[in-house]
Design a protein around this ligand. Sequence first.
Ligand code: CU
Length: 128
Amino acid sequence: MARPGKCFLNVAAVVMMLVLILPSLSYAASYNVGDDFGWSYDIDLDTWVADKTFYVNDVLVFIYDNTAHDVVSVDANGYNTCSTSTYYGTFTSGHDEITLTSAGTWYFICSYHCDFANQKMAVPVYSS
Ligand SMILES: [Cu+2]
């Protein structure tokens, strides 16, 4: 008992689901922090952040020499005072991929160079 009409509807439903799902997946972007400089005080990180728009689920890739630097996710006070006392995570692999899982401002510092070399950045993250 062939029912070509129902088959067409199933195909159409699958296509519609893909059309709805695929754009939301492809929007997540990945950024190498500092581009060719990496996570470094040799680049103005504020400027690096300023010309980009970050969204939830985007990924920041911190590439650095882990014998010289680290990445500490801190709150606003930690960012302003270069304090790691209220941190949300310390990353030390030299190649850390951090997914921006919520909207708001994310703060990152290098515990070695935050205060005297300004190796820190505040990243505004938007919901969509
Ligand atoms: Cu550093």
